[in-house]
Design a protein around this ligand. Structure first.
Ligand SMILES: *[C@@H]1O[C@H](CO)[C@@H](O)[C@H](O)[C@H]1NC(C)=O
Ligand SMILES: *[C@@H]1O[C@H](CO)[C@@H](O)[C@H](O)[C@H]1NC(C)=O
Length: 571
């Protein structure tokens, strides 16, 4: 009975029970890091939080970052680092820092021993490749991309990180002088750092899911398609953005580079000299040399996104639509919000939100022609006729305004997502495919009563805000949030959103090209939420009818000369 080994064992057991599990200092490839342990309940549950671990060395302007050389002693990782240098919302100033390549980690801990082998979810933020940060917008200490709710509810590790945006992330001359995609390389380095180091934090390096929204969803998609990601990523979730979206690939980076060059006084005629000049230009001047025009545009806002990923022959070797074989073994969820296009329609046709003002047919025609430029007048006429075919039966303003939103949702989000899903599923080997539509209506005050889920409305539910700030939400919002977190984290664990630790409201069947299964996520998600062939007539219109029309211009972009002129006028 009085065996010494037993005494030792029981001592260890009781000590462990008295002091809840936490990581303390963790040894990474760069050296020790120490975060904070936040107690969650008297039972001893907690979450270990590391904020501001460098995943690469501070980058040189417009160069791919290099590995961090490491540090002596223990690095305190207790505060978020500055976002990557970017324009403020008013676009007349900058904030953030070039020294910005840091990540944050949330690890849920139970009572007894530290977690091990947990699935890992890495978040990639959106913001048009122009703005954003790993921690997200905040109100006081409440950060949008706080990983705590997902980590503790789903028992997964959550990682968020900064990557370069705007001209500093994506300026390119379209050749080897300045290949661009610096922001995508940053994302890749963050994912690779997690793969190499997450085991020391209790994560399973073979169970990495990347997820993101808008430009972040498109980034997720691009990361899965890049040959450089081979073996890094097990699963991926694209919310409202895929590599095949028309706003993702910049096909004419040199014309945008010239616009910047003329603003900051770099040579326009010699591309090598132009590129070298950019690298020694004040990075704040480079950032402010581009302004996204938001009012009085001649063309839909889509055309003014200058600094986005490019086909560089390396990280993105080809048009994304041809790269899906690289994602053959990746499990993939992709979906959109049912009124994702509303935010953009609001910029292009503000009157859609005004209950007292009517839209004019010719205004919608102008919008349509601005987004069908490659197919000329015939493309505009055919598309306009197709979208307005129901107007003769129901010409109410509500129907017309919803048509405008549907049109932008289709072009910017829904159709490209349908194409990405079809490509993923057609190229898949072991990889599974799931599709969703998020339809929980926007809670923005003063929005029209026909409003559905706007762009970015899903974020608050994915990050569990209805639980973190319960006073700001209703019970139905918590239902929505609980369902999404359950599906997302189950998927991160098993590749099947239905299987894992968390109960789900209904079975989510995989997508196939034939039936187009998708889950409609609402406050009462149930068996009737499993639907098929979302907007299949419109998908057929865009991929068959429209596609077959003769092409009149190579690029569906603003005529080159208009861009600098407009930006000049705007600054
Ligand atoms: C497009 O429609 C306009 C107005 O109805 C018409 O004048 C024009 O001829 C049409 N163009 C083509 C190419 O269909
Ligand atoms: C991922 O995690 C799950 C659950 O912990 C485990 O069953 C599985 O083997 C892990 N690895 C992979 C590659 O899925």
């Amino acid at each position: 009975m009085g065996h010494p080994e037993l005494v030792v064992v029981s001592l260890i057991c009781c000590l462990a029970a008295a002091s809840a599990a936490k990581l303390g200092a963790v040894y990474t490839e760069g050296g020790f890091v120490e975060g904070v342990n936040k107690k969650l309940s008297l039972l001893g549950d907690s979450v270990d939080i590391f904020r501001g671990i460098p995943y690469a060395a501070p980058p040189k302007t417009l160069e791919i970052a290099e590995r961090h050389p490491g540090w002596q002693g223990t690095l305190k990782a207790k505060e978020f680092k500055k976002r990557c240098l970017q324009a403020t919302i008013t676009q007349d100033n900058t904030y953030g820092s070039e020294d910005c390549l840091y990540l944050n980690i949330w690890i849920p801990q139970g009572r007894k021993q530290v977690s091990s082998n947990l699935p890992v979810m890495i978040w990639i933020y959106g913001g048009a490749f122009l703005m954003g940060s790993g921690h997200g917008a905040n109100f006081l200490n409440n950060y949008l991309y706080d990983g705590e709710e997902i980590a503790t509810r789903g028992n997964v590790i959550v990682v968020t990180f900064n990557y370069r945006v705007g001209p500093l992330g994506f300026l390119s001359t379209g050749d080897s002088n300045l290949p661009g995609n610096f922001g995508l390389w940053d994302q890749h380095m963050a994912i690779a750092w997690v793969k190499r180091n997450i085991a020391a934090f209790g994560g399973d390096p073979d169970n990495i899911t990347i997820f993101g929204e808008s430009a972040g969803g498109a980034s997720v998609s691009l990361q899965t398609l890049s040959p450089h990601s081979k073996g890094l990523i097990k699963r991926a979730i694209s919310q409202s953005g895929v590599a095949t979206s028309p706003w993702v690939i910049q096909k004419n980076p040199l014309s945008w580079a010239k616009t910047i060059a003329s603003k900051v006084g770099c040579p326009l005629d010699d591309i090598a000299r132009m590129a070298n000049c950019f690298k020694i230009t004040d990075p704040r001047a480079l950032t402010l040399a581009y302004k996204m025009p938001l009012t009085g545009n001649d063309y839909p806002v889509l055309h003014y996104l200058g600094f986005t990923p490019v086909i560089d022959g390396d990280f993105i070797p080809d048009d994304p639509v041809n790269l899906f074989a690289n994602a053959a073994d990746i499990d993939y969820i992709a979906g959109t919000n049912n009124m994702d296009g509303h935010l953009f329609a609001l910029v292009d046709m503000p009157v859609i939100n005004n209950n007292y003002k009517d839209i004019k047919d010719e205004d919608f025609y102008k919008l349509v022609s601005g987004l069908t430029m490659t197919k000329g007048l015939l493309g505009a006429n055919t598309t306009f006729d197709f979208y307005t075919q129901f107007w003769s039966r129901d010409s109410s303003q509500e129907t017309k305004k919803k048509t405008v939103v549907d049109f932008e949702t289709d072009i910017l989000f829904l159709i490209p997502t349908a194409i990405a899903l079809a490509q993923h599923s057609a190229n898949a080997k072991s990889g599974r495919t799931y599709s969703y539509l998020f339809s929980h209506p926007s809670r923005m005050p003063l929005y029209p009563n026909w409003m559905g889920a706007d762009h970015a409305d899903d974020l608050q539910y994915v990050f569990g805000k209805p639980f973190a700030t319960p006073l700001g939400y209703r019970a139905q919002d918590r239902t929505v949030s609980k369902s999404i977190i359950a599906y997302w984290t189950n998927f991160a664990k098993t590749g099947d959103p239905n299987m894992g630790n968390s109960a789900v409201p209904t079975h989510w069947y995989p997508y196939t090209v034939e039936d187009g299964n998708y889950l409609d996520i609402t406050k009462k998600t149930d068996a009737s939420s499993m639907n098929q062939n979302l907007r299949t007539n419109f998908l057929r219109f865009w991929t068959l009818t429209y596609q077959a029309l003769p092409t009149v211009t190579g690029e569906d972009k603003v005529p080159e000369d208009d861009v600098p002129e407009h930006m000049e006028a705007d600054s």
